[in-house]
Write a protein that binds this ligand. Structure first.
Ligand SMILES: [Zn+2]
Length: 279
């Protein structure tokens, strides 16, 4: 059975890019945080299923919840970086992007005592217009990135880029989020809002097809707030952002449990880096 990589982007509900126009960064500290309880809930689900995963964690979260970061590591999961402040790579100058991802790596390693090898750009914000971001990721000392979603989407995407892991810079692997090829197009198969939008059987079919037909490991992602139907509702949000954020949120935990049972999962470094590092 193919082993796939399970990944979680550790950020709170008020930090998602779609809410950025409605919630200023200066308000983050005033919001009721849900990330700690939600990550703890994920840790118990993974423990129950005997599954290991990769947690792409914000430096902002690590600074406020160092014990949570240590629990992730103590449970045998991979700690990886989602940058410090959830700035999209395509909205930052090169020097500021580099500073942000270096700071996140430093804080995560300082808090956990383990090397952080993986990085994921907020909202998959590396595309054809900012390839310099890969140079920064390599310079910051990361070994792999999972920052590209090779699809067309209004907020992200690089539809022409490779669908499976490739060396994007010497010593730096890019592991794009999983897509399925059909009708000459790439279709999202690696999680996010699509996992909540599509019936579970469709998501399962997509992933099975990637494993069987492409013969490749998938990489799947979700967020802690996606299993939290009781999160405070953000006021004044536009209809599209509201629909995407809250859609089927009460069903996600159950779907996730099925996904964990129907496929084999492991940490992204084990699935994608271990083979390469073996002599
Ligand atoms: Zn994010």
């Amino acid at each position: 059975m193919t082993i796939n990589a399970l990944t979680i982007d550790v950020e709170d509900y008020f930090q998602v890019s779609a809410f950025a126009p409605y919630i200023g960064r200066n308000e983050w500290d005033t919001r009721a945080c849900r990330v700690e309880r939600n990550v703890d809930a994920i840790l118990s689900i993974l423990d129950e299923k005997g599954t290991f995963a990769t947690f792409f964690t914000l430096g902002w979260v690590a600074e406020r919840y160092p014990e949570l970061v240590r629990r992730i590591v103590a449970n045998g999961h991979e700690l990886a970086s989602h940058g410090f402040g959830h700035h999209r790579a395509n909205e930052q100058a090169e020097e500021l992007f580099l500073a942000d991802i270096k700071l996140a790596k430093f804080i995560l390693e300082d808090v956990s005592g383990v090397e952080v090898k993986g990085y994921r750009a907020p909202s998959f914000s590396i595309n054809a217009h900012n390839p310099w971001a890969f140079d920064c990721i390599e310079r910051a000392g990361y070994k792999y990135s999972s920052s590209v979603y090779p699809i067309r989407h209004d907020h992200y995407g690089m539809p022409g880029s490779p669908r499976f892991s490739y060396e994007v810079r010497p010593g730096l692997l890019e592991v794009p989020v999983t897509t399925m090829r059909l009708f000459k197009r790439n279709w999202p198969a690696g999680g996010g809002g699509y996992f909540r939008l599509l019936p579970y059987a469709v998501s399962r079919w997509l992933l099975r097809r990637v494993n069987a037909r492409d013969g490749q490991s998938a990489i799947f992602y979700f967020h802690p707030w996606e299993i939290d139907p009781d999160q405070p509702r953000v006021k004044g949000v536009g209809a599209k952002a509201r629909f995407r954020h809250y859609l089927n949120i009460a069903r996600t935990e159950r779907r996730l449990r099925r996904l964990l049972s129907d496929f084999s999962w492991d940490r992204a470094d084990q699935v994608f880096l271990a083979k390469r590092e073996a002599p």
